[in-house]
Design a binder for this molecule. Structure first.
Ligand SMILES: [Cu+2]
Length: 149
């Protein structure tokens, strides 16, 4: 009995270590979700305007600006609910220009450009608002929601 109790912490360490190796989300292959930003007949949009994510799953959110003006992807409420792995800026032929690491609350994307945002949602939330905070873009329809399950 005494022997078993003494060996328990060792067993726990073993399981914790193996679980960590399998669930290393900083290296996981992310699921790709493309969000287009643009204007259609005067109405501005995020397409799709709603996405659903799962906690503990790695995502690559591709923010693609289809417009000839800059747009922004801002979600102050989203910040605390996702772990930002990195933001990657690439040239049009896919070569890396910059990789930014750390917490992200908004991303501005230049005309006809795209940015890849690598995240892992860590907290659930229903219809978390996302907006473009540039000029009157939010009023013109550039907003959406994200649900994390
Ligand atoms: Cu905008």
């Amino acid at each position: 009995m005494n022997k078993l109790i003494k060996s328990l912490p060792l067993i726990a360490v073993f399981f914790a270590t193996s679980a960590l190796a399998e669930g290393d989300l900083s290296r996981a292959d992310p699921k790709e979700i493309i969000i287009e930003m643009g204007t259609e007949q005067g109405v501005m949009y995020f397409k799709p305007e709603h996405i659903e994510l799962q906690t503990g799953t790695a995502y690559k959110i591709v923010l693609r600006n289809m417009d000839d003006e800059k747009h922004e992807f801002a979600g102050p409420e989203l910040v605390g609910k996702v772990y930002s792995r990195k933001v990657e800026v690439t040239s049009l032929d896919g070569k890396m220009i910059a990789e930014v690491k750390g917490t992200v609350s908004e991303i501005e994307v230049g005309p006809m450009r795209q940015v890849e945002w690598y995240i892992v949602p860590i907290q659930t939330g229903n219809n978390i608002p996302i907006i473009c905070d540039i000029d009157d873009h939010n009023d013109r329809g550039m907003n959406g929601t994200i649900t994390i399950k």
